[in-house]
Design a binder for this molecule. Structure first.
Ligand code: DGL
Length: 282
């Protein structure tokens, strides 16, 4: 089957509490190479998953407003925690803006689990949210779900060295209970975790299947984009900078360290990015 090609490249705004959403950005770039991508890492306020709902909502709104000001066509919340806590209020605030969220991939996990024993690794914020509780309840009769919060893991990944001892210790602490429960499938329910999938896989054993939803999120963003009427806004808004090869550069903004994000982007992404500070007051 041939994939539909995008008739009108769009501008996508993408955000996460920090670096984790870069896993989604990678999938978006692969799927929508002609579109403009603007990413905000709210690293100055990460991790979201151990904060109050009010804090997560307030930060999500600040970051989304910045992206809306960049005249984006689609907002991608590349954060399970922000989606669970703030997606509804962002949709209410910008009712005309298509919003794609990300949630732990219980559906594909339950569908592929041979033993019906599924582990979910996610932040405390995601697991306690009503949205996730409803999602989990809808699969309760189909599989045994073992929910595992991972305090400290996203924060350790934010430090940038995914092979650091602190990261490996956190991974081991989060995976041990899932091993004990003999799950055969594990959902990576936080966009930071794909960057440590190799450690998670080693801690759980090679028989366990890991589920990541980055691809599915990119497909959903593409679907929404294809359903949108062409706006022809190339003349009404400035276009992002181009790389020497003529490709559109991906714009990255951070509320944390610009050098830190630039360094991570160079190591984790296989395309050119321009990195800037998220303008103040943020
Ligand atoms: N990457 C985020 C998620 O998908 C949150 C990590 C955090 O800031 O706690 O939930």
């Amino acid at each position: 089957m041939t994939r539909p090609t995008c008739p009108h490249p769009a501008r996508f705004g993408v955000f996460d509490s920090g670096l984790g959403g870069l896993s989604v950005l990678k999938a978006l770039r692969q799927r929508l190479p002609a579109s403009e991508l603007i990413y905000v890492a709210d690293s100055g306020h990460a991790p979201y998953g151990e904060r109050s709902d009010a804090f997560i909502q307030q930060r999500s709104e600040v970051v989304a407003r910045f992206l809306v000001e960049q005249q984006i066509d689609v907002l991608v919340i590349a954060c399970n925690t922000a989606t669970a806590v703030a997606a509804q209020s962002l949709r209410a605030q910008w009712p005309d803006l298509p919003v794609v969220g990300v949630e732990p991939g219980l559906k594909p996990a339950v569908a592929q689990s041979a033993q019906g024993r599924v582990g979910v690794l996610a932040t405390e914020g995601t697991l306690r949210s009503e949205k996730f509780q409803r999602l989990a309840a809808s699969f309760a009769d189909q599989a045994t779900l073992v929910l595992q919060a991972c305090p400290g893991l996203a924060g350790a990944i934010e430090a940038g060295d995914v092979d650091a001892l602190a990261v490996r210790e956190r991974v081991e602490a989060c995976c041990a209970p899932l091993r004990q429960q003999q799950v055969d499938t594990v959902v990576l329910g936080c966009t930071h975790y794909p960057f440590v999938a190799h450690h998670i896989q080693a801690a759980l054993g090679s028989d366990v299947t890991l589920i990541d939803t980055a691809e599915a999120v990119a497909r959903q963003a593409e679907r929404l984009h294809l359903a949108m009427p062409a706006k022809g806004h190339s003349s009404s808004r400035s276009s992002n900078a181009r790389t020497p090869s003529g490709a559109l550069a991906v714009q990255l903004y951070t509320s944390g360290s610009v050098t830190g994000l630039r360094d991570i982007a160079n190591r984790w992404l296989d395309f050119d990015c321009e990195v800037s500070m998220l303008p103040m007051p943020r």
